[in-house]
Design a binder for this molecule. Structure first.
Ligand code: HEM
Length: 228
């Protein structure tokens, strides 16, 4: 996501028909998100093939185990890739996901309304709304636990003992379940609020952003005035 130097796409010439757009995610951020989403789905489907009886027939010849490990390496590379391609974006994501103000607390109190697709009149939000902050914080925490337990299962199997092995497997499974529940919510809000363009073109409608993230839009306009 972006805050400093965000690009505003103005209507071409004097045409007033084209919608005004705001840049929400830079190209590097979109690439990082694509790697995150792809590697997570690789892990989820191959993990289910390895563990879930109705799908184990597809886990033949160890292929799903190999794909699972490739997905794991990609998944672990995501934070490094983010720091390399867009250090500022990575920092903003991490800091903002764990920083909540009064408006965020108010937002949570009205979250039911937002859940039903009614963003108008919600407490004012910045670049991330409180629900997005919670989602992203959950992704960071559950990703850390899935990675560490996975590394124990991958490299420490021989030394863990039956109890250690059971503990690592439980943490791994619960973390993956949490990430899957978070993904279901993430997809629900992406489609209810028609937010997909933020991750495909990078742009969102300014009109929608002014309803869902008024403090963010205000900040961008302030920066625009400052740079004029
Ligand atoms: C598979 C389909 C997915 C779709 C369609 C999707 C869609 C999106 C969209 C539209 C946004 C931007 C929302 C906004 O701020 O306006 C976003 C951001 C984000 N998504 Fe996803 N997502 C997907 C998978 C995932 C997965 C699997 C994860 C985590 C495991 C994830 C984690 C995130 C995070 C952390 C952000 C914020 C990115 C940043 O600030 O750099 N997404 N996603």
């Amino acid at each position: 996501m972006t805050t400093a130097n965000p690009v505003m796409k103005q209507p071409a010439g004097h045409e007033r028909t084209e919608e005004e757009k705001l840049l929400r995610y830079r190209v590097g951020q979109r690439i990082v998100h694509a790697v995150l989403a792809t590697s997570f789905l690789m892990l989820l489907f191959t993990g289910l093939m390895i563990l879930w009886q109705p799908l184990t027939q597809w886990a033949r010849d160890g292929l799903s185990g190999t794909i699972h490990r490739i997905g794991a390496v990609l998944f672990m590379l995501v934070p490094i890739l983010y720091l390399v391609v867009d250090r500022r974006g990575a920092k903003e994501l991490l800091v903002e996901s764990f920083t909540y103000d009064k408006d965020d607390i108010e937002w949570f109190k009205h979250a039911g309304r937002y859940f039903l697709g009614r963003a108008v009149g919600m407490p004012p939000q910045g670049r991330l709304n409180a629900g997005q902050k919670l989602h992203h914080a959950g992704v960071v925490i559950a990703s850390a636990t899935v990675v560490f337990s996975g590394l124990f299962l991958w490299f420490g199997k021989g030394n863990l003992g039956p109890n250690g092995l059971a503990l690592a497997a439980s943490i791994h499974g619960i973390s993956m379940l949490a990430l899957t529940v978070l993904l279901v919510g993430h997809l629900y809000f992406t489609f209810v609020y028609k937010a997909l363009s933020a991750m495909t073109t990078g742009y969102v409608s300014k009109e929608d952003a002014a309803i869902e993230h008024p403090k963010w839009v205000e900040k961008i306009e302030h920066q625009q005035v400052g740079s004029d």
